[in-house]
Design a protein around this ligand. Structure first.
Ligand SMILES: [Zn+2]
Length: 88
């Protein structure tokens, strides 16, 4: 089992976390004015990069969202850090 580090609770088993998406994939504003193509890009088009990625995760135990850098090849994860205006 992999261990992720919540910036608020410390190291915890990966089963306590939920993936929140790519960091920087901002939800389009004003959903009635957003085109289907914009929603599609927001919801489904992912970069799927190989190597270092920056993601948003939620620690289900404390309910906090945070940013975490992870290597998508080795699955190595750096300790998470609180979001400060760089939320998705
Ligand atoms: Zn936590």
């Amino acid at each position: 089992m992999q261990i992720f580090t919540c910036p608020f609770c410390g190291p915890r088993p990966e089963t306590e976390f939920h993936f929140g998406g790519d960091l920087g994939n901002a939800r389009p504003e004003g959903f009635r004015a957003v085109s289907d193509d914009e929603w599609s890009r927001y919801l489904y088009h992912r970069r799927n990069e190989k190597g270092a990625v920056r993601e948003v995760w939620m620690h289900m135990t404390c309910g906090e969202l945070f940013a975490m850098e992870r290597d998508s090849v080795t699955m190595e994860a750096a300790p998470g850090h609180a979001l400060h205006g760089d939320a998705p």
